[in-house]
Design a protein around this ligand. Structure first.
Ligand code: NI
Ligand code: MN
Length: 227
């Protein structure tokens, strides 16, 4: 599977389906048009905060791909005439052979529409099964113990982990998350985008190597790798 890192917490998974997760295209990696011209099959959104949802509407309108998210947020978007599909925590959304299970996240969620912040349902994460790989995208979250039990039980191959602290868990908790999850490879995200979430990712990579059985893959914004 080809994974590309679009900066902050945005990744594109290219396998039998092309999936963009939490589109917020902060960087100058590509012109916005480069995203809109792509044929995404699915747009996954974990919650309504701008740094996860910011470019979802535009990409959905231009690519025709549905926004897959939690029921309350999907209802808000559908009422605006957007192509949105809502399901809920513990449930699985299927698209062909691809399975996407919704997980809880320990965070908050709201969405700004016409200048007002609306309740957007609970924040969530996703476990994505595609082409024989099981990928955990926890979204914005604090460390929570279900990662060691209910989520680890899914036999996670790849885990994206927020490490920025302040808005999500920081590096120390993310190392514990990696240990609990037992994923073969972990990819840090949600750091260095804003001053509050400045982190030295090399320390994280070193601690993952020393304290867990996982391999840390540090991706640069704009980088694309076969994982
Ligand atoms: Ni958030
Ligand atoms: Mn965030």
């Amino acid at each position: 599977m080809i994974i590309s890192y679009e900066g902050h917490a945005c990744f594109v998974l290219q396998g039998s389906k092309k999936i963009i997760i939490d589109p917020f295209l902060v960087s100058d990696i590509k012109a916005p048009q480069a995203y809109e011209d792509q044929d995404y099959d699915l747009i996954l959104v974990t919650h309504g905060h701008r740094d996860h949802f910011g470019d979802a509407v535009r990409i959905s309108k231009n690519s025709g791909a549905p926004i897959i998210t939690v029921v309350e947020l999907a209802n808000i978007l559908a009422a605006k005439g957007l192509n949105a599909v809502g399901f809920n925590i513990g449930g699985t959304y299927r698209s062909g052979e691809v399975r996407i299970k919704m997980t809880p996240a320990l965070h908050s969620s709201s969405i700004r529409i016409d200048g007002q912040a609306l309740y957007a349902g609970p924040p969530v994460g996703f476990i994505i099964r595609m082409d024989g790989l099981c990928i955990y995208y926890p979204g914005d979250t604090a460390l929570f113990y279900d990662m060691a039990t209910v989520i680890a039980r899914e036999k996670i191959d790849r885990a994206f982990l927020p490490i920025g602290d302040y808005f999500t868990m920081g590096m120390r908790d993310a190392v514990t998350a990696a240990d609990w999850l037992g994923a073969k490879k972990v990819i840090p995200m949600h750091y260095n985008t804003f001053p509050e979430i400045t982190q030295n990712v090399n320390i994280f990579a070193q601690e993952i190597a020393e304290q867990t059985d996982s391999e840390c893959i540090v991706m640069k914004p704009g980088e694309k790798i076969n994982l």
